[in-house]
Write a protein of this length. Structure first.
Length: 119
């Protein structure tokens, strides 16, 4: 199983970045996909989640209207489009996959990608 994030970098306030998370080794379409982030000295927090079939999305209040999560099940990839970035968005962003059934829970994490918003 692998989750490989990409697309992080350094951007000025007000700029945009698009993160990607390529998945392999599991049935991607059946998993709930979530982007988390962790800033220095802070706990990891959920940023955006997209469900499987139907792809319903939910967002943290701090990113609503600025970030968009999407998934391409044909490519086994989830994306996070980040617009109007602020310095407080600076963090390591992690991709997470979750599958729930009556008998089991499966959770996978990527290695993270750094996003730095600075002038």
């Amino acid at each position: 199983v692998q989750l490989v994030e990409s697309g992080g970098g350094v951007v000025q306030p007000g700029g945009s970045l698009r993160l990607s998370c390529a998945a392999s080794g599991f049935t991607f379409s059946t998993y709930i996909m979530t982007w988390y982030r962790q800033a220095p000295g802070k706990e990891r927090e959920s940023v955006a989640t997209v469900t499987g079939a139907g792809g319903r999305a939910n967002y943290a209040d701090s990113v609503k209207g600025r970030f968009t999560i999407s998934r391409d099940d044909a490519k086994n990839t989830v994306y996070l489009q980040m617009n109007s970035l602020k310095p407080e968005d600076t963090a390591v962003y992690y991709c997470n996959a979750n599958y729930y059934s009556i008998s089991s829970v499966h959770t996978y994490w990527g290695q993270g990608t750094q996003v730095t918003v600075s002038s």
